[in-house]
Design a protein around this ligand. Structure first.
Ligand SMILES: C[S@@+](CC[C@H](N)C(=O)[O-])C[C@H]1O[C@@H](n2cnc3c(N)ncnc32)[C@H](O)[C@@H]1O
Length: 423
C-alpha cells in the first residue's frame, strides 16, 4: 500500500476509535472486516498506530494543536508505527517540519501528565501503592504484552508442545512462573497451528494461568467458576481436575458463555457444565449452596491490569464507574461464598490494579464473614511448583497474603487474588 494511503487509513481508524463509542479492539476488528484486502503488515501498522495513540493520548493531545489538518490525522502521524522515512514520504512539507519539532521535545521538558499519560483520577491511587515505581508501571504499560499460551496438560506435555512449535518456526520459552505456560517471541498467528486446532494450547496470559492454579482444584471435586466468561480459567481448571468431577461455568452473559463452547470442544474436556445465570442470587446458585468444594470469582472489574492490551480502558473507565463496580464485586463474592461446603476454598480475583477493587473488597469480605479464614496466597503457590512465589505476593505481616501481579514487575497483566477456606 502507498504510504499516503496507509496514513489515510490510520487516520480514519484513529478517528473511529477516538469516539470511544465501542472498545478499541472491536472497532479495529470491524475495520479489518470491512477492508478485507489489507495485508498482515498493513493491519499490524494500523493496529499498532491506534494503540500508540491510545497509550500516549495526553501527550499527543498536547502536541496536536500546533500541527495542521484534521486532528485524527495529526494523532495518527504522532503515533504512526513504522519507519520515520516511510511516514515522512506520506507527509506535506509543513507536516514534516511539525513532526521534527515534536520529535525534538525532550521528555524531561514535559509536564508529568504528558509523560505518564494516565487520566488524573488514576494517578494518585497508583502512586499511593507504588511510590517511585509508578513511573516504571507507566513505562511498562506502554510496552506490548507478550503472547502467552497455556498447554493443555490433559492431552500434552509442555516440553513436547514447545518442540512442536519450534518445528513450525515459532520460538517459545517456558513461562517463568506458571508451570503450564509458554511465552512466544513476537505475535505469530497461532490459530492455524495443529496444536491449537487439537486443543493442546490456548492463548492465556501467564497471570491468568496463576489464578486458575491458585484454586488448586482436584480430581473428582465439585467446582464453580462463578464468572466464567469465555472460559479462559474454566479450561485451565477443568484440565487441572484431569477431566473428572463437575465444573460449573456460570456467567450472566450467555453470549460470553457461547464463546466457551468451541474452546471446550477443542480441549477434550467433558467435566464442564456452562450455565447462564440471571444474577448472582439465581435459583441455580441457591440450589448448590453448601455443596461445592472450590469456587473462583473472577469478578467483573475495571480491567486496568490489561492496559497493555486494552489502552482505551483508561479513557473509557472513570472513578464513578469503578465505585459502582466495587458494589457489584462485593455482592457477587458474598453470593458465591454461599456455595462452599466446610473446608472448601474460595478465590476472589480481578485484573484490576486498584486497591479499591482488590484488597478493600477482600478485607471487607473477611471482616463480614468470620466463618471464612484467609489463606496466604504465597503459601498456596509454593507447593504448586511456582518459582519465586513470594515475589508475586504482597500484604499481610509476611507479604504473602495476596497474589499481586504487575506488568512492569512480572511481565504479566495486572492481577489480584485473595483466598479463604470455609471453616
Ligand atoms: C473478568 S470477566 C471473566 C473472565 C473469565 N473468567 C476468563 O478467564 O476468561 C468477568 C465476567 O463476569 C461476568 N459477570 C458480570 N456480572 C456477573 C454476575 N452477577 N454473576 C456472574 N457473572 C457475572 C461478566 O459477564 C464477565 O464475563
Amino acid at each position: 500500500m502507498h504510504p499516503k494511503a496507509l496514513l489515510d487509513a490510520c487516520s480514519e481508524l484513529v478517528g473511529q476509535v477516538l469516539k470511544f463509542e465501542h472498545p478499541a479492539d472491536a472497532v479495529v476488528s470491524r475495520y479489518f472486516r470491512e477492508h478485507r484486502s489489507l495485508g498482515p503488515r498493513e493491519r499490524a501498522t494500523l493496529a499498532e498506530t491506534v494503540y500508540a495513540v491510545l497509550r500516549r493520548k495526553l501527550l499527543f493531545d498536547h502536541l496536536a494543536p500546533s500541527g495542521s489538518g484534521p486532528r485524527q490525522r495529526r494523532m495518527a502521524i504522532l503515533g504512526f508505527h513504522g519507519p520515520r522515512d516511510f511516514l515522512k514520504s506520506a507527509l506535506t512539507e509543513q507536516e514534516k517540519s511539525w513532526l521534527d519539532q515534536c520529535d525534538a521535545i525532550r521528555p524531561q521538558d514535559l509536564l508529568e501528565r504528558h509523560r505518564h499519560n494516565f487520566p488524573e483520577w488514576l494517578v494518585q491511587p497508583l502512586k499511593d501503592q507504588l511510590g517511585e515505581g509508578f513511573w516504571a508501571l507507566a513505562e511498562g504499560l506502554n510496552q506490548p504484552a507478550p503472547l502467552d499460551l497455556r498447554v493443555n496438560l490433559l492431552t500434552d506435555k509442555r516440553e513436547d508442545v514447545r518442540r512442536e512449535l519450534e518445528l513450525a518456526g515459532l520460538h517459545g520459552q517456558p513461562t517463568p512462573y506458571s508451570p503450564w505456560g509458554l511465552r512466544l517471541a513476537g505475535k505469530p498467528a497461532i490459530n492455524r497451528l495443529d496444536a491449537f486446532a487439537r486443543g493442546a494450547v490456548e492463548v492465556q496470559d501467564e497471570g491468568s494461568q496463576l489464578l486458575a492454579l491458585l484454586l488448586d482444584a482436584k480430581r473428582g471435586e465439585m467446582v464453580v467458576d462463578f464468572c466464567a466468561g469465555a472460559g479462559g480459567k474454566t479450561l485451565a481448571i477443568g484440565a487441572a481436575m484431569r477431566n473428572t468431577g463437575r465444573l460449573y461455568a456460570f456467567d450472566t452473559s450467555a453470549h460470553r458463555l457461547d464463546a466457551l463452547k468451541p474452546r471446550l470442544a477443542r480441549s477434550k474436556l467433558s467435566n464442564v457444565h456452562p450455565a447462564a445465570i440471571a444474577h448472582e442470587r439465581d435459583d441455580r446458585v441457591k440450589r448448590l449452596a453448601g455443596k461445592i468444594d472450590r469456587v473462583i470469582v473472577d469478578a467483573p472489574c475495571s480491567g486496568l491490569g490489561t492496559l497493555r492490551r486494552n489502552p482505551d480502558l483508561k479513557w473509557r473507565q472513570s472513578a464513578e464507574a469503578v465505585q459502582e463496580m466495587t458494589e457489584k464485586q462485593a455482592a457477587i463474592l458474598q453470593s458465591a461464598s454461599r456455595l462452599l461446603k466446610p473446608g472448601g476454598r474460595l478465590v476472589y480475583a480481578t485484573c484490576s490494579l486498584l486497591r479499591q477493587e482488590n484488597e478493600d473488597i477482600a478485607a471487607a469480605f473477611g471482616a463480614a464473614n468470620p466463618d471464612f479464614s484467609a489463606m496466604p496466597a504465597g503459601q498456596v503457590l509454593e507447593p504448586l511448583k511456582v518459582r519465586d512465589a513470594a515475589a508475586l505476593c504482597s500484604g499481610g505481616d509476611d507479604g504473602l497474603q495476596y497474589l499481586r501481579l504487575w506488568p512492569h514487575r512480572h511481565a504479566t497483566d495486572g492481577f489480584f487474588a485473595a483466598l479463604w477456606v470455609k471453616n
